[in-house]
Each structure stands twice: as C-alpha cells, then as structure tokens.
Design a protein. Sequence first.
Lengths: 122, 122
Amino acid sequence: MKVSTLLGSSHGFTDGILPEACSSRTVLDHVTSKWGVLVIVALSEQMLRWGELRRVVEGVSEKMLAQTLKTLESDGLVLRDAHPVIPPRVEYSLTARGRELADRLLPLMDWIADNADAILAS
Amino acid sequence: MKVSTLLGSSHGFTDGILPEACSSRTVLDHVTSKWGVLVIVALSEQMLRWGELRRVVEGVSEKMLAQTLKTLESDGLVLRDAHPVIPPRVEYSLTARGRELADRLLPLMDWIADNADAILAS
DNA sequence: GCTAGTACCCACTTTTCGGTAAGCTACCCG
DNA sequence: CGGGTAGCTTACCGAAAAGTGGGTACTAGC
C-alpha cells in the first residue's frame, strides 16, 4: 500500500497517516535514528570495518555505533561478517534489502546537502 | 556536491561522511525528527488545519506538534496561514521547498511501509 | 452566566537518548 | 612480563526529548 494513498481529500482520512504503534513507525524510528541514516549512507559505497566506520561517521561514540549496528543487523539491513582472527576483523556491509533502502535514502541526502545552507539561512 | 561522492575506495575517505556539526547534519536532524517526517508526509497531499494535523498524525501531543511545526516553518518547509477570524483558523501547507523534500521522502516512506513487516520479522 | 470550540503557550515531571570512562578478550611484539 | 591492538560491553550520569496539566483569548450558543 502506498503512503501517498493513505490521505486524500476524496477519502476524508478519518484514519491517520500510518496508524500509531504499527510496524512502519518502528522501522521509521530505526532508520531515522540519529546515526542510522549516516551508517547506511557510509556503507552504501562499500564495506567498512568497525574502526573505519567510527572514523567515517564523524562524532559517533563506540556505544552508539555498536547499538546502531546491532539494530540495523537485526533488521536485516546490515551484514556483520566477523573473521575469527587476531586481532579481530569485523566487516560491515549492506544486505540486498539495505541497498534498496540506501537507493531511496541517497537522493534525500543529496537534496539535504544541496539545500541545507539555504534552509538554515531562512 | 553529491553525498555519494564523499566516499569511495579510490579517494581514501580520510574525511567522514558529512563533517560533524555542519548544516547538513542540522537539517537532517530537523527532517528526521520523530514527528517531522510524518507532518511533511501528511501535508504532502493537502493543506491541513491544526486540529486536522493533530488527528491525522496519530499520537502527536499538542506540544510536539507545535514545536515541530515551528521548526519546519522556520526552515521554510511549511507555510503557516493564520486567518484572523473567530474561532481561529490556521492552515498549514508545504512550501515549494517542502514539496521538493516530500518528493524525496515519499518513495522512502512507501518502501518502509512495504517492507516494515518483513524487516521486523527478521 | 456557563459551556464549548480553536489554536495555542508555559511550567513541571518523566523518560529516553546519548556520551564518558572503564574493563575485557586474545593474541602478538619486545 | 608489560604494552599494544581491535572490537566490543557495561555502569554511570547529564542532557535533551517528550508527556502532563494547566492557562489564555475570543466568541457563539444555550
């Protein structure tokens, strides 16, 4: 079902835009969490190791990165590939589903990057 | 500048994905705030009054709706049109810039709505 | 005069988010 | 044997987000 059909002057929309406490809201919260978007975008280009992610996603703490990755992994958006070597080597990449998400996220991010200054100026 | 060119195996990406504390991060926070997305989507179909927004965006409190609308209005994404009549009548709609955003947000929301159940099942 | 409806605002409290710092494992190097 | 490294985990704490309950202004209707 398309969100864009949930509303409509012809329907009267007595129901809301996405019912409260539905699965879409939960996923939306995961994806639009403070670091979720940035991690997805970072991984959209290439697989990255833990330490690389920490550097690339500027400002994220270890705790938040671990938490974000765990959520995204359990959502099936990010793949965690741990090599049992010493020192540990863990590689993160997008799953097919994660790449679908990234495809829809990147245009948004590009638009934001283009318009951010104008938006804050007003 | 495209976000998708910020990274790249050929560049070495010693700098991060969007520098910390830049305008893009701020706008990203505004747009991906808990209620920001839902308000934009709700207004993407049609202009809505305050009370209608409260009902359509299920679960939002008056305080949060007011705060969200104020942020979006000062970002130039939402237009507030107050009619000086009794009882008060205030209409909210998207600006041209807000519609640009909504165009990039709706495909994302549609994808989330389509995949939410599968994502939470895993 | 009392109540209801619309669109808010403000103060207070609670809850959640996120940062800091420390510790842990298992090895390798010197 | 001490220090270093990579990838975490945990406990603690402050800040920020968000909910609650009240109040305001104005008029129409009973």
